[in-house]
Design a protein around this ligand. Structure first.
Ligand SMILES: N[C@@H](CCC(=O)N[C@@H](CS)C(=O)NCC(=O)O)C(=O)O
Length: 295
């Protein structure tokens, strides 16, 4: 069966399936850190993918890690065979793609970056079909794909993110911000403690709100989301960043999800004073103009 986030709503509540490809570059001889070997497949509409796009940009990895960007709306991925809808590739000069609702068309513009033509991939689904034919999984982005072995290395954004900034892995090809260490060893407990509550309440929490198919599921997700935001607010009212006065990977784990939160709910981060200023300062400090594509 072909899955998507739309099939993950059981009893009205969104239940996310675990990412299935979990290889880490450098830990096996099959996946050595190499320039231009790994293709990052992303969607600008996806906060999970955006944290990888941002790390690639922050560390100047554009040359070392090529990127393919899907069209912003979903379309039929195998129209004559099944009814799956998902991410598809297009070129800036392609005709507009009809939104799945049938209500409007969405243009193909210069933000659409197709994968190298020899790969012959019409959709993100075809990346999975190439790597693991017949796999019954969700065809999610981001994906880190090995252009030499022709397999997916990893489709879990938190792990792709770390591979991008880790100085022993793809981070060794950084061309800027060399001094920025997003995972200082002495902060590891604080970083993991933050991740442990931010993931369920905020990162996945915004999806649980957005995909809720019952009032009870929505309310449970909204309460947990607000608790998560309040906990971040309390931390930020006493320190500049999530783990004291140093910037850590928590930046990536909050920023885009706060944007998604603003977008999908009627209340915004401005309801949380310290969180709002954190959000604004990250926005201006990193000149995150490209993230506006999400809004
Ligand atoms: N655990 C994954 C989640 C990625 C994810 O859910 N991506 C969504 C877009 S925001 C997706 O591609 N969904 C496709 C689908 O549901 O078919 C990660 O963090 O990388």
């Amino acid at each position: 069966m072909s899955m998507s986030a739309l099939t993950e709503v059981a009893k009205g509540a969104f239940a996310r399936t675990e990412s299935t490809f979990r290889n880490i570059i450098g830990t096996s001889p099959s996946f050595p850190p190499e320039k231009k070997r790994y293709l990052l497949v992303v969607a600008h509409a996806c906060p999970w993918a955006n944290r990888c796009i941002m790390a690639r940009s922050l560390f100047g990895l554009e040359q070392a890690v090529p990127m393919a960007v899907v069209h912003p709306t979903w379309a039929a991925t195998n129209p004559n065979v099944d009814d799956h809808f998902g991410w598809v590739f297009s070129s800036p000069s392609d005709p507009p793609i009809q939104h799945p609702s049938g209500e409007n068309e969405v243009a193909c513009d210069e933000q659409c970056i197709p994968p190298p033509s020899h790969l012959n991939w019409p959709s993100a689904r075809s990346v999975y079909d190439t790597s693991a034919p017949g796999a019954t999984t969700k065809f999610t982005v981001p994906i880190l794909y090995d252009l030499v072995e022709n397999v997916i290395v990893n489709n879990e954004s938190s792990e792709i993110l770390r591979m991008l900034y880790d100085r022993d892995l793809l981070g060794q090809f950084a061309t800027k911000n060399h001094a920025l260490n997003l995972y200082p060893k002495e902060k590891s407990i604080e970083i993991e403690t933050c991740n442990d509550f931010i993931y369920p309440s905020i990162n996945n929490g915004v999806y649980k709100c957005g995909f809720a198919h019952s009032q009870a599921a929505y309310e449970a997700a909204a309460v947990s989301l607000k608790e998560g935001l309040q906990r971040v607010e309390t931390i930020l009212s006493a320190s500049n960043f999530l783990c004291g006065d140093v910037l850590t990977e928590g930046l990536f784990n909050t920023y885009f999800f706060l944007e998604t939160f603003q977008f999908y709910t009627c209340c915004g981060v401005s309801d949380f004073f310290s969180l709002f200023f954190y959000f604004l300062s990250l926005f201006s400090f990193f000149q995150l103009t490209f993230v506006c594509l999400l809004l």
